[in-house]
Design a protein around this ligand. Structure first.
Ligand SMILES: C[S@@+](CC[C@H](N)C(=O)[O-])C[C@H]1O[C@@H](n2cnc3c(N)ncnc32)[C@H](O)[C@@H]1O
Length: 288
């Protein structure tokens, strides 16, 4: 049962969100408004771990990320789209400081509660997302983002990734894991049915509806597009793993030359040919 106090919090949060949104440019993608699965929902946030623990081992996943990042315990890391803390909580046991960021107040609340229970005091919680989180602290050594970026359409993924790059120290690491498609598009119907079958086997009927909503209403993209976005946003993709035709894991390093938000740097123009560099508004640059 949702408690009256939580309903009041939701009401005032909604009011505060609208005030906050009114301050932003009207053209900015509204990442606070859920697309697809509604992670702002208190009940869903409460059930999240129950369903995800059916097929995930949070500790094992987090250890895998820690190994890939290769940082010592003096590091400061960020978990963007932290959800209920699958990575952030374990990271807090390994690193000096963790910034846990999420657009969903309900999910952040779960993480905060779990952190309190675990006695963790080195997590800073921030309500915000790829497009709106304003990182005022020192740049971090690494950022991990798991199953969150697909909530943005591709152009806004690029903007979000470029913003992440600006929050990292030069040479800092980004670990990105998400639902990314690498199947042959000629076979898309068969592949998507396989995806729905797989998540149904993992989570039952709720897995079926989640995967159907995912494909229909969220913004998973193709592997080759994701690699291009990462490069253009200012990262060097060091490893790109596609464990199956729906998932991808990328380990990236921030390039030293950073472009200003909204600009594509010369350094990151690798995806287009040398004579085909584009500025963000689509005009050609450097054509000789
Ligand atoms: C599938 S959950 C993944 C949570 C967690 N990373 C995990 O591994 O379990 C997706 C999370 O992304 C968050 N999210 C959605 N859009 C976002 C955005 N634009 N910026 C940051 N987080 C976002 C949701 O609120 C939700 O907590």
């Amino acid at each position: 049962m949702i408690r009256v106090r939580e309903m009041n919090i939701e009401f005032y949060r909604h009011y505060a969100d609208n005030l906050e949104a009114a301050r932003r440019p009207a053209w900015l993608y509204n990442e606070m408004k859920p697309c697809g699965v509604n992670y702002n929902n208190t009940i869903l946030a409460r059930l999240y771990d129950t369903y995800h623990r059916l097929f995930r081992d949070y500790r094992q996943e987090a250890e895998d990320i820690v190994t890939r990042l290769g940082l010592d315990d003096s590091a400061t890391v960020m978990d963007m789209g932290c959800g209920t803390g699958a990575f952030a909580l374990h990271a807090a046991e390994r690193y000096r400081t963790v910034h846990a960021v999420d657009v969903s107040a309900a999910m952040l609340r779960r993480t905060r509660r779990k952190a309190r229970r675990m006695g963790l005091k080195n997590i800073e919680f921030h309500r915000g997302g790829f497009l709106t989180y304003d990182h005022r602290a020192e740049p971090v050594d690494a950022i991990s983002t798991v199953a969150a970026l697909h909530h943005l359409p591709d152009f806004w993924k690029l903007v979000g990734l470029q913003r992440l790059a600006s929050m990292l120290k030069p040479g800092g690491r980004l670990f990105l894991f998400d639902v990314v498609f690498s199947f042959d598009v000629a076979e898309y119907e068969r592949s998507i049915k396989r995806f729905v079958r797989k998540t149904t086997a993992q989570m039952g009927p709720s897995g079926q509806s989640e995967s159907e909503i995912h494909v229909r209403d969220e913004y998973s993209t193709c592997g080759w597009i994701m690699e291009g976005l990462l490069e253009k946003a200012g990262f060097r993709v060091q490893t790109a793993d596609y464990p199956d035709e729906f998932l991808a894991a990328y380990l990236c390093t921030r390039k030293n030359a950073m472009s200003r938000p909204g600009q594509i740097s010369r350094d990151s123009a690798g995806v287009l040919g040398r004579n085909d560099r584009q500025t963000m508004d689509g005009t050609r640059a450097d054509r000789k």
